[in-house]
Design a protein around this ligand. Structure first.
Ligand code: PXL
Length: 449
């Protein structure tokens, strides 16, 4: 197995919410091999930064050199650089190894504690910004670097242009601190402003979100994404990680960098990413609500096809399956394209009749559950494996088409009662994963009554 390699040059946060620890988790999330060069050791927890211990620059320089002796590094980010001496050292290495880094201008921690010396701003502008590929600043950092206040989107753009004039090819300003309905980020590349907007998640401090965003962007660049796409995708990923964040100590919440589901290393194009992301969210919701009694013995899968998919390669699903333990429903494997046959064949067959029906999940069969389906008003189709022609290539394709043709439309649910060595099964179909999920929720609600 070959992995892309990313490097983070940053400070250590022993509570693992931010700093190199967050960067390493972010690289793992993307399936990359992460490497780290530590600049400072902070003594901090989720409540405060107690002390900062700067490492000697020879040691920083040495760490960078040994890594480049050994690795072909695909992308680099910098985080906490603390003071002029470290900035100069890192800038020198950037030139020496011809790096195009993503640079996060870390100055202040979420707790409000300072993570930089007063020599930082001038040296950063002078030595590092001219060598920066993409700067990822939040509003206070952007204002500190430009002296231009941000009260509106217009100020945002002025700030981007000013920062761009210091040298970075791309400037990203994150609008989390601005009082707008959605959180808006703006990316500027000297020609265009790209706006990225996602709903705010209330009551979250999201310690480490700055580090994580720049690390995810770096990782996506290592995987070959364009800068604009890397930012767009990174935003979705971060949103998800914040949304699933948790409070590990007594202080702020941190992001959930869960590596349970690793993202595929490449997507043929954007529509594949969107399908993957929607399905992943639905599957995570599903396993948190679905009782193990609904999971078939052979396991469950949940599939979603890109528009007009013709082959299994265009259908995303879990490449292991969704299994049950005694008291839990759990995902085994990652979510990827071309990884299901059973449920994906159901989707392909349904799409051949109605191209809008692009998602399906299989659940355990029982007469009781079929009755529940009737009670909630689902349209129901079925097939009998005994009627399958000998020359049928795929049972699922034949069965699904057979059930649909008997009805004349694609129903909400298609079941079969099994055969020798074949577990009976119910498949729930819908236009997208949310649609399938809402049908499953309806069943559960009735089941629990
Ligand atoms: O999120 C900025 C940041 C970067 N690096 C280290 C940190 C923090 C925030 O606390 O501790 C080491």
């Amino acid at each position: 197995m070959k992995k892309k390699i990313a490097l983070s040059i940053a400070g250590s946060d022993p509570s693992s919410g931010a700093g190199i620890q967050a960067d390493l988790k972010s690289f793992s999330f993307l399936g990359l091999h992460g490497t780290t060069v530590v600049t400072c050791i902070t003594s901090q927890n989720t409540q405060r930064v107690k002390k900062i211990h700067k490492l000697p620059v020879e040691i920083i320089e040495n760490q960078i050199d040994v890594l480049f002796e050994d690795f072909n590094i695909d992308a680099v980010k910098t985080g906490m650089l603390y003071d002029e001496e470290i900035i100069k050292c890192v800038a020198k290495k950037i030139s020496e190894y011809k790096l195009t880094p993503v640079v996060d201008p870390v100055m202040i921690a979420t707790s409000g504690d300072l993570l930089s010396q007063n020599t930082f701003v001038n040296s950063f502008k002078k030595y590092l910004l001219p060598k920066t590929f993409m700067l990822t600043a939040n509003i206070p950092e952007a204002c500190e670097l430009t002296g231009i206040r941000i009260n509106s989107i217009k100020d945002f753009k002025k700030n981007c242009q000013k920062l761009h004039s210091f040298g970075p090819k791309y400037v990203l300003i994150k609008g989390g601190h601005l009082d707008t309905k959605n959180a808006i980020d703006i990316l500027y590349d000297s020609k265009n402003f790209y706006e990225f907007s996602l709903p705010r998640i209330p009551n979250k401090k999201a310690h480490g979100s700055g580090c994580t965003l720049s690390a995810i962007i770096t990782g996506l660049l290592a995987l070959g994404e364009t800068p604009v796409e890397a930012v767009r995708k990174a935003k979705y990923i971060i949103w998800d990680m914040i949304n699933q964040g948790y409070i590990p100590g007594k202080g702020s919440d941190i992001l959930n960098h869960s590596c349970e589901m690793i993202m595929p290393s490449t997507f043929p194009n954007n529509k594949y990413f969107d399908v993957w992301f929607e399905l992943k969210n639905a599957i995570q919701k599903l396993v948190s609500i679905l009782p193990p009694t609904f999971v078939p013995e052979v396991g469950m899968n949940f599939a979603y096809a890109v528009k007009n998919a013709q082959k299994l390669q265009g259908i995303c699903a879990v490449n292991g399956r969704i299994f049950k333990t005694k008291d839990k429903t759990m995902i085994c494997g990652n979510i990827d394209f071309g990884s299901s046959k059973h449920v994906a064949s159901v989707v392909l067959a349904a799409m051949s009749v109605d191209k809008n029906v692009r998602s399906a999940a299989n659940i355990c069969y029982s007469k009781n559950i079929v009755e529940l389906c009737k009670k909630v008003g689902f349209s129901i189709g079925s097939f009998d494996r005994k009627n399958e022609p000998i020359n049928a290539i795929s049972t699922m394709e034949w069965g699904t088409k057979h059930a649909i043709s008997k009805l004349g439309f694609v129903p909400d649910v298609i079941y079969d009662t099994g055969d020798i060595g074949k577990e009976p099964m119910i498949r729930v179909l819908g236009n997208n994963p949310e649609d399938v999920l809402s049908k499953l929720k309806k069943l559960l609600k009735k089941y629990e009554k």
